[in-house]
Design a protein around this ligand. Structure first.
Ligand code: NAP
Length: 341
């Protein structure tokens, strides 16, 4: 690729304030900062796509969690892909495409050990932030390793039109689930799940109580629930799960902007009588599945058996708005910010 001059300064997004409840654009600040020349073992990357993900909302709070909080007045970070423009690291050369963790900025200088080379000819670069990246592995490992999906299982997934959920439903179908039900937040998303992604049934959780709609979609109940939402979705799933049913607790997005504890699930004690297994998961525990995941998912993409979608927001200056829109459900499939094509 053509050599490009590296500017002396470039933009990065800082956390300006910690939100109470829903984040606002004023909680973020766009800051011009020096682009640091790489030292020994480091590379300088020009980011082409940034990931905005629901877990970043938790990092805006000053609480101890499985990922450290963003620091006030400092650059935020997260998944990104781009091209190496300068390298002081063995095995990395200008023009190499890489995936790394210093998103929310136009240029990133980082230890090459924290970057992974990716093949821009095998898939569009942004796919490494979505279907072939962290959300893809979350769906694959959550459903197969944690949820132990079996052929014939009746599966329900919430957040079903999102990056993780849309893959969970399709992988369940490809692996022989006998029923795949999804919930999402608009009529358009619901139609897409059934018409394009091959779900057997789907419903808009805003139309009527989740338990009521789930009972209609899965009258004989479910064996496996993949939870992206928490709250009343989890309560409805506990009600619908049969004896020895399993729930994969992947996310609880309905709670991320709430300032009070959720009312549901109120029926957790049913887990005893039904001998349910409710298991939390973190994708980072499943790195060992990465090669198997990439091989199998890339195969399904090539054969056309797996459909994916991205919601692409153009312009680095729109990243904060894109993140807020993700929490609002503006996206279908993976939400990415494109800095350049
Ligand atoms: N445990 C892990 O390692 C791990 C890894 C990755 C992701 N996750 C979790 O997986 C979930 C999905 O992540 P993703 O990256 O695929 O995001 P995503 O589903 O692509 O985007 C978030 C979606 O959440 C939905 N949503 C927002 N508020 C909601 C509410 N109150 N009730 C129901 N749905 C709501 C919106 O869609 P609607 O229009 O349908 O409302 C929105 O599009 C999140 O909970 C995330 O935290 C966990």
């Amino acid at each position: 690729m053509a050599e490009q001059a590296v500017p002396a300064t470039a933009r990065e997004w800082h956390l300006a304030a910690r939100p109470q409840g829903w984040p606002a654009p004023t909680d973020f600040a766009l800051v011009e900062a020096p682009v640091r020349t790489p030292g020994p073992g480091e590379i300088l990357v020009r980011n082409t796509h940034l990931s905005v993900d629901p877990y970043m909302r938790g990092r805006m709070n000053d609480v101890k969690s499985y990922v450290p909080p963003f620091q006030l007045g400092a650059a935020m970070d997260g998944g990104a892909v781009g091209y190496v423009v300068a390298s002081e690291a063995e095995g990395f050369a200008p023009g190499d495409a890489v995936l790394h963790g210093l998103g929310w900025r136009e240029y990133a200088t980082l230890d090459a050990g924290n970057a992974v080379k990716v093949d821009p000819d095998a898939a569009p670069l942004s796919a490494y932030l979505g279907v072939l990246g962290m959300p893809g592995l979350t769906a694959y490992a959550g459903l197969l390793a944690v949820g132990a999906l079996k052929e014939g299982d009746k599966v329900f997934v919430s957040g079903a039109a999102g990056a993780v959920g849309s893959l969970v439903g399709q992988i369940a179908r490809l692996k022989g689930a006998s029923l795949v039900v999804g919930s999402a937040g608009s009529a358009e998303k619901v139609a897409k799940l059934v018409d394009e992604y091959g779900f057997d049934a789907a419903f808009n959780y805003k139309d009527a109580p989740v338990a009521e709609q789930l009972a209609k979609a899965a009258p004989e109940g479910i064996d496996l629930y993949f939870d992206n939402v928490g709250g009343d979705h989890l309560e409805a799933a506990i009600g619908a799960l049969g004896v020895h049913g399993r729930a994969v607790l992947c996310g609880a997005i309905a709670q991320y902007n709430e300032t009070t504890a959720p009312a549901a699930p109120r029926n957790l004690a049913m887990a005893i009588g039904k001998r349910l297994r409710l298991e939390g998961m973190l994708v980072r525990d499943h790195a060992a599945l990465q090669p198997q995941f990439v091989t199998e998912v890339a195969g399904w993409l090539k054969s056309g058996e797996l459909r994916t979608e991205e919601t692409v927001v153009d312009g680095f200056e729109n990243a904060a708005e894109a993140f807020i829109d993700l929490l609002r459900g503006v996206n279908t499939g993976k939400m990415v910010v494109r800095l350049e094509g």
